[in-house]
Design a protein around this ligand. Structure first.
Ligand code: THU
Length: 149
């Protein structure tokens, strides 16, 4: 699937909007993620930190959790087509260094990519522009549900 610049920028805007809802009082690094499904729906997430630091949840993980717990993704054979990730100081997502998904989030994203049979494009937002990659480039030779089911 190919995308227009407008589609890309709309998904990045949704990720930036999500970043404003981050709960990140410890790192003060606000991350937003937006996931575009084949039916056109968009699901977002923001990072949620915890006083027990290691329990913090990344924005992408929160978004994937939302998709799976809503139920509709699996009921309607959903397909993950695109991901946008952004982050930065509070109120300044996308105005600093390019944010790429952390290693754990690449694996978490791979779960819904594989069950939907897609290789989503990942747009990583930052002041220098948008870094674009396929999930399979960010996580080559991935282990996933196909290895177990
Ligand atoms: N973070 C994300 O939400 N996603 C990533 O892919 C990288 C890191 C969050 C975790 C933590 O709340 C803050 O950014 C600083 O690491």
């Amino acid at each position: 699937m190919t995308f227009s610049t407008q589609q890309r920028d709309a998904l990045i805007a949704a990720a930036r909007e999500a970043a404003t809802r981050a709960y990140a009082p410890y790192s003060k690094f606000h991350v937003g993620a937006a996931l575009l499904l084949a039916d056109g729906s968009v699901v977002t997430g923001a990072n949620v930190e915890n006083a027990s630091y290691g329990l913090s949840l990344c924005a992408e993980t929160v978004a994937v959790s939302g998709i799976l717990s809503s139920g509709t993704f699996r009921e309607q054979n959903g397909k993950l087509e695109a991901v946008a990730v952004t982050g930065g100081a509070p109120g300044a997502a996308g105005q600093g260094d390019t944010v790429t998904p952390c290693g754990r989030c690449r694996q978490i994203l791979n779960e819904i990519a594989q069950i939907g049979g897609s290789d989503p494009v990942v747009w990583c937002d930052g002041a220098e522009g948008v870094l674009e990659a396929r999930l399979s480039d960010l996580l080559p030779h991935a282990f996933g549900p196909a290895n177990l089911l």
